[in-house]
Design a protein around this ligand. Structure first.
Ligand code: UGA
Length: 441
């Protein structure tokens, strides 16, 4: 099938590469000429395991093309994915200007019926706005053409995006009527072989499904962070509690890991956007507001522990920081807890020596050159002469560090672990003062 993808960001590029991998003929279009030129040279704008070989292979085979020519792109695809960004407005609601601009572009250039699919995470009601925009544009150009707008939200996780996209656990498709159903089935046929993963519904339900899924996951995390804070006060260990509750299949083991707060481009943005949507309906979403408040507070957990140990004034202190990205296997720093930590500790006068396996360039881009933030090439280099080690992201390579080396290199054996990676008793036997989340000291 001929597929067009508008927006070569995270969602768009992964979707396009995976569609090409299963045999569809894909054209990706973006307004960013440099991005398009780079992709043609095999320079991929994001770090995502498995993505580069897919893009290279299918660009070479011709099944995946990149262009800035919207006219050519619209002419190509029977289906037109809209996968452009929906950045938060000042008030936290999703800004639809890019989505609607693409809708207008499609209507401007289309000369035969098209199925227009919203893939970006968009507020409930967006498919109606896209429909209205296409209709208006067609009318203003005196064109009378049939089209369908479909909501088909994406559920991929950064760091596992290719796999999530290749092996989705569900394919949610919201339609206004039956007309696009067969085409959507055909498009997803290659992903739908063993059992039927397609869930058809009305567009508004599909749009809300995306937000409900992310908000539920964010709720699980904030709930566990609240329990972790409570466990500390009550002298309990949240890790025992986590295993104790996770064994109940109704609760499950997934997404109940306490930590120094959730980040990324999705949870914070989507929770906020659904709060704004609810308020727009004069409904106070008490759970979502609490989820957000608990998370914002949780990001201060590590800096507060550091200040409790070392005092409010940190001038002259140096901290080793392992892990900068909002989670492992990505270089994404958006809403990362490490940023609150860096800001808080440097504001109190501290210097930070930081290492991350992938996010060094991104950190440099965000913070520029600063005396109080040194970016080093290995995790060991961060330790030398530091007053303590702080871990913000649970990268695999931090899981079994040489504690003797850490002890030797640090001025004092103090470890603040924002991801509960180690056993407190073991670390205390090794002579560490070990702070984790919800585990006592
Ligand atoms: C999230 C969802 O998991 C995807 O299903 C969804 O498709 C995606 O958003 C999206 O809307 O595009 P992502 O933001 O890539 O994916 O990252 P997650 O793996 O969900 O992690 C989010 C944050 O939660 C990270 O900061 C992570 O450290 C934190 N987390 C996760 C916890 O603190 N505890 C947990 O138990 C799990």
């Amino acid at each position: 099938m001929k597929v067009t993808v508008f927006g070569i960001g995270y969602v768009g590029l992964v979707q396009a590469a995976v569609m090409a991998e299963v045999g569809h003929d894909v054209v990706c279009v973006d307004v960013d000429q440099t991005k398009v030129d780079n992709l043609k040279k095999g320079i991929i704008p994001i770090y995502e395991p498995g993505l580069t070989p897919l893009v290279e292979e299918h660009y070479a085979s011709g099944r995946l093309q990149f262009t800035t020519d919207a006219k050519e792109a619209v002419a190509h695809g029977d289906v037109q994915f809209i996968a452009v960004g929906t950045p938060p407005d000042e008030d936290g609601s999703a800004d639809l200007k890019y989505v609607l601009a693409v809708a207008e572009t499609i209507a401007t250039y289309m000369s035969e019926p098209k199925v227009i699919i919203t893939k970006s995470t968009v507020p409930v009601g967006t498919a109606d706005k896209v429909t209205a925009k296409v209709q208006q544009t067609l009318q203003s150009l005196n064109k009378s053409l049939a089209f369908d707008v479909v909501s088909n939200p994406e559920f991929l996780k950064e760091g596992a995006a290719v796999n999530d996209c290749m092996r989705p656990d569900r394919i949610v498709v919201g339609t206004f009527n039956e007309r696009p159903v067969d085409l959507m089935r055909e498009l997803y046929e290659p992903f739908n072989r063993n059992h039927d993963k397609m869930v058809f519904m009305d567009v508004r339900s599909a749009e809300l499904t995306k937000y409900a899924a992310n908000c539920m996951l964010a709720t699980k995390i904030s709930f566990m962070n609240e329990m972790a804070n409570l466990a500390e006060l009550l002298g309990a260990d949240i890790e025992h509690v986590r295993k104790g509750i996770g064994s109940d299949p109704r609760i499950g083991y997934h997404f109940i890991y306490p930590g120094c707060g959730y980040g990324g481009s999705c949870f914070p943005k989507d929770v906020q956007a659904l709060i704004r949507t609810s308020e727009g309906e004069q409904y106070q979403p008490k759970i979502l507001q609490a989820v957000e408040a608990v998370n914002n507070q949780q990001k201060y957990k590590l800096p507060n522990l550091v200040k409790r140990h070392f005092g409010e004034q940190l001038a002259g202190k140096t901290f080793a920081l392992w892990g900068l990205s909002f989670k492992p296997n990505t270089d994404d720093m958006r809403e990362a807890s490490s940023r609150v930590l860096i800001d808080e500790l440097t504001a109190a006068g501290a210097t930070i020596k930081a290492f991350d396996p992938e996010a060094m360039e991104e950190t440099q881009r965000i913070y520029g050159v600063r005396d109080d933030l040194e970016l080093v090439g290995t995790k060991e280099a961060a330790l030398k002469g530091a007053d303590a080690l702080i871990i913000c992201t649970e990268w695999k390579q931090f899981r079994a560090p040489d504690f003797d080396v850490i002890k030797q290199q640090l001025k004092q054996a103090v470890l603040f672990d924002g991801r509960n990676m180690f056993e407190p008793q073991r670390l205390s036997k090794k002579g560490f003062i070990y702070y984790a989340i919800g585990r006592g000291e």
